[in-house]
Write a protein that binds this ligand. Structure first.
Ligand SMILES: Nc1ncnc2c1ncn2[C@@H]1O[C@H](COP(=O)(O)OP(=O)(O)OP(=O)(O)O)[C@@H](O)[C@H]1O
Length: 687
């Protein structure tokens, strides 16, 4: 905008624009028309200096020229060269000015001057040079080729002067005309100038407004740039976010594509499943129809059966009456049976012996098919066992054959269930009010513990006598071990200083009890198993202290039985002792010395006491002292003699069978029933 300012200022006309342009031309024309003769320097000075009056002659044209000059001085200064050129230019283009100007110039020339140039120094018939004459000769102006009038020709000279005045007057008229034109031009220019000034002011105002607007726009531009910067920054951040979002969306897209693929697979699988299910549904529907038909048939059948049931119920009611009558009759027979049973037991004697031979096991089977060549189980009643010494027989042994008869002989194939069936009558006797004691006697490894407790691993089919007896009754049980004449609790490990002594409750014939002995309530099979396991573990602890301790100790399982006879309605509580005795090896054959010798002596003492026919010296051993109530006249005793099938155990087997025979022949008196006061049964596993 500023660059425009100078252009606007240049449009302004100079202050001296009016009429000053004509001045130099007028002056020039005036100067050219003078001659030195007509206007001496002093006069010329006055003439051009602004005298209002002509010289003494009073010449008007001179005065008019002065006026012309004075009007030229109105400019008061030099016109600018530009304005001169403008005006000249305009004069050229203006037809009026063009007409005037040549006339001015033409008339400004000296009238009598030749157009031909005069050479300097050229002679003119002895007269002053033409140029001097021309310039100084007033008659030269406008007269042309007129000859100079003699001084005396005043009339001629006056005539010349009038001619010249006339010329000047014409020139003046021209000048005035031109002056008017110039004034008109000046007025036009001033009007134009005024208009231009207004325009300039408008432009300046417009410019100011533009500047203000420009500033505002600059501010807006700055703000816009700042906004643009912020927008760019935001755009960069948005771009970054967009890229990040794009990447995460791409990952999501990939994941989703994977899921879509797996879902598509699943859908395909489901479609095929649906197809299969649709097919199978059709099959099921037809099956359903068939089933519905069958159901309708069955419903009809049920209705028929319901009718039959009503009939049968009537029959059952009749039978129930009959059963009730039979039950009453059975109860009477049961009472008779018990009386007969006890009579038979009394007839049989109160010590009964069962012999059991275990099968060959493990390595013992090597080279055999399970047969035991030196044993024979004869007789239909399963009561006889024949032993035969194979190989060389001494003279004292005769033919080497030994026959033993017991209340029952169980061969190796006899199951635990069969064995228990045979002794269950004795357990029943305990509930009937008799003292019952069951021993297991025999050499080490002959099967005493197996018979009494069953195998070491849990095996329901091969449960022993203890477990089977316990399954029939609710009881409180305790389990003890007599090792080397010292009692140990097998259900709980006590401190070393806890003593277990045998004591009698009440007077003679009262219960025998052991101090500090743990008693457990057993009602379920699991509890029985747990009880036997605990006892076995406590025995195993003992074995680490002394090798094969279980073989060298007696274990007594004492039960306090609560039994209900559902037939007679009687209830009985008693104690049952099941005794697994220490091994019955003979002292001589055992070759024992030291501690082992002492053990064997103690064992044999207690065992031999059992075999005493008339009087058992109970106090001789802990075992007999503990079992005194079960070995006396008021008890029923069963002894298992367990026998090894090994041929190399022949002598021990023979010895055991002989001892058992002796026990079997004992008469410990007639057992008497204690009504409603059940005494303990003794089940003894003899060594
Ligand atoms: N009738 C049987 N059927 C199958 N295996 C038996 C039978 N009798 C005993 N056994 C097995 O023979 C081995 C010896 O039996 P058991 O331990 O009962 O002898 P034991 O006379 O109690 O010996 P110890 O006097 O050393 O205690 C055991 O592995 C036992 O499981």
């Amino acid at each position: 905008m500023e660059s425009k300012l100078p252009r606007i200022s240049r449009l302004r006309p100079p202050s001296s624009l009016n009429s000053t342009a004509a001045k130099p031309k007028i002056v020039a024309a005036t100067k050219r028309c003078r001659s030195p003769e007509e206007a001496p320097s002093s006069k010329r000075q006055r003439f051009s200096g602004g005298e209002n009056k002509p010289p003494s002659s009073g010449n008007k044209p001179a005065a008019k020229l002065k006026t012309s000059n004075s009007s030229g001085s109105l400019s008061g200064g030099r016109p600018s060269s530009k304005l001169q050129s403008n005006i000249s230019g305009r004069a050229t283009s203006n037809p009026r000015t063009a007409t005037v100007k040549p006339s001015v110039v033409k008339s400004a020339k000296p009238v009598g001057a030749s157009s031909r140039p005069v050479k300097p120094g050229a002679s003119n018939n002895g007269r002053p040079p033409a140029s001097v004459n021309t310039s100084g000769n007033t008659s030269g102006c406008g007269t042309g080729s007129k000859a100079k009038r003699p001084a005396w020709d005043l009339k001629g000279r006056l005539q010349d002067m009038e001619e010249r005045l006339k010329q000047h007057t014409e020139q003046k008229s021209d000048f005035q005309t031109q002056m008017r034109e110039w004034q008109e031009q000046q007025a036009q220019l001033e009007s134009q100038n005024s208009k231009l000034s207004g325009t300039v002011k408008e432009k300046e105002m417009h410019f100011t407004n533009m500047v203000t607007e420009n500033d505002g726009l600059k501010r807006k531009l700055s703000e816009a740039e700042e906004d643009l910067y912020q927008v760019r920054k935001q755009l960069e951040r948005d771009t970054e976010n967009f890229e990040f979002t794009k990447a995460s969306l791409r990952r999501q897209k990939e994941t989703l594509e994977g899921e879509v693929a797996s879902l598509q697979q699943e859908v395909a699988g489901l479609k095929s499943s649906v197809a299969q299910l649709t097919a199978s549904q059709a099959g099921i529907r037809s099956e359903l129809e068939a089933t519905k038909l069958a159901l309708e048939q069955a419903t009809r059948t049920i209705a028929d059966r319901d009718a039959e049931i009503v009939t049968h119920k009537a029959t059952i009611s009749g039978h129930e009456v009959t059963i009730e009558e039979y039950l009453q009759s059975f109860q009477e027979h049961e009472t008779v049976r018990r009386q007969l049973h006890n009579s038979i037991q009394e007839l049989k004697g109160n010590i009964r012996v069962f012999c059991r031979v275990r099968p060959l096991l493990g390595d013992e089977l090597y080279g055999s098919d399970g047969d035991i060549p030196h044993m024979a189980f004869t007789g239909e009643e399963h009561r006889t066992l024949e032993l035969e010494r194979l190989g060389e027989v001494s003279l004292s042994e005769g033919n080497g054959k030994y026959e033993f008869t017991f209340d029952r002989v169980f061969d190796p194939s006899t199951s635990q269930a069969t064995v228990f069936e045979e002794i269950s009558q004795l357990v029943q006797s305990a509930l009937d009010g008799y003292n019952v004691c069951i021993f297991a006697y025999g050499q080490t490894g002959s099967g005493k513990t197996y018979t009494m407790e069953g195998p070491s691993v849990e095996d329901e089919e091969n449960m022993g006598v203890i477990s089977r007896a316990l399954l029939q009754y609710e009881f409180e049980g305790s389990f003890l071990e007599i090792y080397n004449e010292t009692i140990q609790d097998l259900l709980e490990r006590h401190a070393a200083d806890v003593k277990h002594d045998i004591k009698m409750t009440g007077t003679s014939g009262g219960d025998v009890m052991v101090t500090n002995l743990t008693t457990v309530q057993v009602t379920t099979e699991n509890q029985i198993t747990h009880l036997l396991k605990t006892a076995s573990q406590n025995r195993a602890v003992g074995e680490t202290q002394c090798n094969e301790r279980s073989s060298r100790s007696h274990s007594v399982f004492r039960l306090k039985i609560t039994g209900n006879n559902t037939i007679t309605g009687e209830t009985c509580k008693g104690t049952l002792n099941l005794v697994d005795l220490a091994g019955s090896e003979r002292l001589k054959e055992s070759g024992a010395t030291g501690q082992r010798l002492k053990e064997t002596q103690n064992i044999n003492k207690s065992l031999s006491n059992l075999g005493m026919e008339n009087h058992v010296p109970y106090r001789n051993s802990k075992l007999t002292y503990l079992l005194q109530n079960s070995l006396g006249g008021n008890s029923k005793t069963l002894m298992f003699v367990n026998v090894s099938p090994r041929e190399d155990s022949f002598s021990e087997t023979l010895n055991s069978l002989r001892f058992a025979t002796k026990v079997n022949q004992c008469n410990i008196g007639t057992a008497t029933k204690k009504i409603r006061v059940c005494e303990p049964i003794l089940l003894i596993d003899l060594p």
